[in-house]
Design a protein around this ligand. Structure first.
Ligand code: ZN
Length: 105
């Protein structure tokens, strides 16, 4: 169990594939990575948000399914694919994921 304010974040979280895209749907904060999980920054650091986390594996599965549903073709889910199609990925309480796509012309 992880308690808020005590989440140990790893340095590689900063360069993680999803790091820059994740945001908290409740407080708008960025997410921080701890092990295989991502937490709302405000929760992790100051306890000023609720505990919603998402795990990396589920997130990848979810994104791949969503992109497929949108008929977006790609060989491998990578930074380039995310950059091209995704504006941000909002995570709400109960870890519900909502992908916001970039508007395409
Ligand atoms: Zn939050």
């Amino acid at each position: 169990m992880i308690s808020c304010g005590k989440v140990q974040t790893n340095k590689e979280g900063k360069v993680d594939l999803f790091y820059v895209y994740l945001k908290c749907r409740e407080c708008g904060s960025k997410f921080t990575k701890a092990g295989k999980y991502y937490y709302c920054n405000n929760y992790a650091r100051t306890c000023s948000c609720t505990k919603h986390s998402t795990n990396r594996e589920n997130l990848i599965k979810y994104i791949e399914r969503e992109l497929k549903a949108k008929h977006i073709k790609y060989d491998e889910l990578n930074r380039q694919v995310l950059f091209e199609y995704i504006k941000d990925i909002a995570i709400s309480e109960n870890s519900v994921v909502k992908i916001n796509y970039k508007s395409r012309k």
